[in-house]
Ligand binder design. Structure first.
Ligand SMILES: [Ca+2]
Ligand SMILES: [Ca+2]
Ligand SMILES: [Ca+2]
Ligand SMILES: [Ca+2]
Length: 218
């Protein structure tokens, strides 16, 4: 009887594990937010990590919740194109300044106000219209808050995210404010943003341990 119970437990745990990829279907993670110091306070934008190959990026989009004004919904939708797992997307409204400041070309040029951000704004990453990841508190003006990064940047901690629609400040590191004042490019600045350094070895099984699975069926 006891052996039967153990076998049943293993079978259930196996089913649960096989189901996990469907539960944790997030394929993009917001990993960086920046407010550059070039003309007009540029480049402004975000870095996004592609967890796994995506056939059609147009299921994803971005929005900025400005100055504590709450969500603006999806203000930018990515084009219908593929993305490769393990790479980063760089979205900005200022491609020329992005190239000048970071030394490589942005992957996505965002027209309009989707990324009109200046260090006190929250950014939402949408998937099929739902918030899959968020930086900042959408209902709080970031000025003077611990997540403010005026003329600087915020960067996600490795092996964290996506956080759904609840901002978790412990999953981010910050440059502090005004660290880029007068800087001509990221590399020579006083506080270089660690672009492209995010890694995640736990996507899809985050916070799931065998003990945790066992406890579900106890
Ligand atoms: Ca600025
Ligand atoms: Ca906005
Ligand atoms: Ca703002
Ligand atoms: Ca400044």
């Amino acid at each position: 009887m006891r052996l039967l119970k153990t076998n049943l437990l293993i079978a259930l745990a196996t089913i649960f594990l096989l189901t996990l990829p469907m539960i944790a279907s997030a394929q993009l993670i917001l990993t960086g937010v920046f407010d550059g110091p070039l003309s007009g306070g540029t480049p402004k934008g975000v870095e996004i990590y592609v967890v796994d190959d995506i056939a059609d990026l147009s299921a994803y989009g971005l929005g900025s919740a400005n100055n504590g004004g709450g969500t603006d919904g999806e203000e930018y939708t990515f084009p219908a194109e593929a993305a490769v797992g393990g790479t980063f997307l760089y979205a900005t409204g200022n491609p020329d300044e992005f190239l000048a400041f970071f030394g490589f070309a942005a992957t996505h040029v965002v027209e309009g106000f989707a990324l009109s951000i200046n260090g006190d704004d929250a950014v939402e990453l949408f998937h099929n219209g739902l918030v899959e990841d968020v930086f900042g508190e959408i209902d709080t003006d970031g000025t003077g808050e611990p997540w403010e990064h005026l003329d600087g940047w915020a960067y996600r901690v490795a092996d964290t995210g996506p956080d759904g629609d609840i901002f978790d400040i412990t999953n981010w590191t910050f440059s502090g404010i005004n660290v880029w004042d007068g800087a001509l490019d990221n590399a020579s600045s006083d506080a270089p943003m660690p672009l492209g350094s995010y890694t995640n070895s736990t996507v899809g099984v985050e916070d799931v341990t065998f003990d945790g699975i066992k406890s579900l069926y106890r």
